[in-house]
Each structure stands twice: as structure tokens, then as C-alpha cells.
Design a protein around this ligand. Structure first.
Ligand SMILES: Nc1ncnc2c1ncn2[C@@H]1O[C@H](COP(=O)(O)OP(=O)(O)OP(=O)(O)O)[C@@H](O)[C@H]1O
Ligand SMILES: N[C@@H](CCO)C(=O)O
Length: 287
């Protein structure tokens, strides 16, 4: 059995902790069979190879009775880079428990569990459901609405350094004053309306008008503003993906190549991936 989970790009500017898009990088977990102890084969740096691995920890949280398994994990989602690697691991763990313990969880139930574990739902919801998801936890449950997919390429500029979500949340203010909060929320509300109306010139303006997090995190990700400026030359829209440091640019496909060449000319030499929305979310292949 193989479990495949997409990466996700959260926030899309002002949709802080509430908007996320599943994108075309993947974590794959292959279940090789029963084992004496949990054994996780992977080449993903210093992540644990035993029961302390986040995928196993999550699976055991959902189904504590699971017997030990030998798993093979591969992933092209960079870890601690703002593309939802932890959410993809959590979602893989929930699906692993779901399949091995035959829990028959619906996707909605999986989102509930995953958002409780992750603490916010903007990465886990698209990783499970696929597509562009707007959602929030309220009264102990999760409300999610799937939005139309923007017809754009998503160019991810992935700096070589990593940035833990915890560190990127530590630079945020503890409070916003009342008027600033109302304005920030008004921008986010209008962005959501524009996404559903598929009015992408409005989407572009509002996606770059975040007041919740980007101005505080820009000091940690010096690439954000230069990439946004280059993007403007190509009519593109740029935001900080999740907690960063990945910088995401939403661009008309016929401009993608020229945009990437312009980034390279500016000396931005780190990894670049041209991504597309993933429509499926987590999938299981029984072969
Ligand atoms: N494939 C994986 N297997 C097991 N654990 C993983 C895997 N990928 C990520 N993790 C865990 O998730 C942690 C990274 O989480 P973090 O929230 O800081 O970054 P991120 O999820 O990549 O970024 P963001 O939440 O901003 O999109 C890693 O330190 C590791 O503990
Ligand atoms: N919304 C989250 C995503 C990262 O987990 C943040 O920006 O901190």
C-alpha cells in the first residue's frame, strides 16, 4: 500500500492560518509489511527512523493498537521551508492509521483530527482535501469551504536555509490594536470574496496587502520583497508561503520562464519549482 500526500502553501497573503492550497510536490509512504519494531527508511536528513518519527507518532495517536510496521518514506517536499512538510507527515500518519486499523474515517473527520494535532488547519485541510481551502476551527469542529482553483502557475522560490514555523511565529506581535485588526480582517474577507468570484486582478491586489504576518517575517526572508518586485514586471503576485522561507509567485503560465530567468539574473540562485494546484489531496494506492 502507498499513501501519497501533497505539499501545501498556506496563507496566500492575508489568509493567515485559514487559507491553503495543495500543490504538486509529494510525500509518499509505502507500507512494506509487519516488523519487529517500527522501521522508517528514508533519506530526509536527520528525521527519526523509529517510532519517534512524526508519521508514526501521529498514526499511534489515532490508533494506539497499531502493530509495528516497516515503512519506506520518500518526499520532494523540503522540510521546514513553508510548504507544509509537517502537515503532510501528519496527514500521512492519520491515513496510515485509517488504513491499517480500518477506521473508515471520512476526509472531513481526517481534517478534524489533523487540525487538532497541527493547531491550525491551513496546511492540513488542503493536504487532505486537495485544492484551495478556506477554513477555521470553531466550537470544537472545523468548517471548510473549497474555493475555485486559480488558473496560474505557482513558482516556489525555496531558499537554501530552513525556517522553523515556531521561529517565524515568534516574531509576530502578541496583539494587534482594534482598528488594525479590523482593517487586516477586511482585506482578508475581500480577498476571499475575490477568490470565489474569480476576479484575479482584485485577488492580486489583496494577496499582497497582508497586515497579519508578512511585514514582521520579511526580516527573516530577505528574498520576499525583491521577488515581489520582479513579479510585478510580469504581472505576477507574490506572497510568503506558510511561515516561509519559501516565496510563492502566482503567475500566468506564459510568463513563467521569463520570470524565472529574471530571478536568476538578479542573483537569486536557490531552488525553484514550478508548481500546480493538486486537486486530489491524500490518496491511497492499494497495489
Ligand atoms: N517526511 C517527514 N517525516 C517525518 N516528520 C516530518 C516530515 N516532514 C516534516 N516533518 C516534521 O515536521 C517538522 C517541520 O515542521 P515546520 O512546521 O517547522 O515546517 P513546515 O511544515 O515545512 O513549514 P510550514 O508549516 O510553514 O509550511 C520537522 O522538523 C519534522 O519534525
Ligand atoms: N499559517 C501558518 C502556516 C505555517 O504552519 C503560519 O504562517 O505560521
Amino acid at each position: 500500500m502507498k499513501i501519497k500526500v501533497p505539499a501545501s502553501s498556506a496563507n496566500l497573503g492575508p489568509g493567515f492560518d485559514s487559507i491553503g492550497l495543495a500543490v504538486s510536490l509529494y510525500l509518499t509512504v509505502t507500507v512494506k509489511g509487519a516488523a519487529k519494531e517500527w522501521q522508517i527508511d528514508h533519506q530526509l536528513g536527520d528525521l527519526p527512523h523509529d517510532k519517534h518519527n512524526m508519521i508514526v507518532q501521529t498514526a499511534l495517536q489515532v490508533a494506539p493498537q497499531l502493530s509495528h510496521q516497516h515503512l519506506e518514506v520518500s518526499s520532494d517536499i523540503p522540510v521546514t521551508h513553508g510548504l507544509g512538510s509537517s502537515s503532510s507527515a501528519i496527514v500521512a500518519g492519520i491515513e496510515l492509521a485509517n488504513q491499517l486499523a480500518n477506521l473508515k474515517l471520512t476526509k472531513a473527520a481526517m481534517v478534524e483530527i489533523a487540525s487538532q494535532i497541527e493547531g491550525h488547519s491551513d496546511n492540513v485541510a488542503p493536504a487532505i482535501l486537495g485544492g484551495l481551502v478556506v477554513g477555521t476551527n470553531i466550537d470544537q469542529h472545523f468548517d471548510a469551504v473549497e474555493a475555485p482553483l486559480p488558473p496560474y502557475d505557482f513558482v516556489a522560490y525555496i531558499p537554501a536555509y530552513s525556517l522553523a514555523t515556531k521561529k517565524a511565529r515568534a516574531v509576530l506581535p502578541r496583539q494587534l490594536d482594534y482598528h488594525s485588526a479590523i482593517h487586516a480582517s477586511a482585506v482578508a474577507n475581500t480577498l476571499v470574496a475575490a477568490l470565489f468570484k474569480q476576479d484575479y486582478s482584485l485577488v492580486s491586489e489583496l494577496m499582497e496587502a497582508d497586515n497579519f504576518h508578512e511585514q514582521y517575517r520579511a526580516q527573516l526572508v530577505p528574498e520576499l520583497m525583491p521577488i515581489r518586485q520582479v513579479g510585478h514586471v510580469y504581472g505576477a503576485t507574490t506572497y510568503l508561503s506558510g511561515a516561509g522561507p519559501t516565496v510563492m509567485t502566482m503567475i500566468t503560465p506564459d510568463k513563467t520562464v521569463a520570470f524565472i530567468e529574471a530571478l536568476r539574473k538578479k542573483g537569486l540562485s536557490d531552488r525553484i519549482e514550478v508548481l500546480h494546484p493538486d486537486r486530489n489531496g491524500v490518496v491511497v494506492d492499494d497495489q
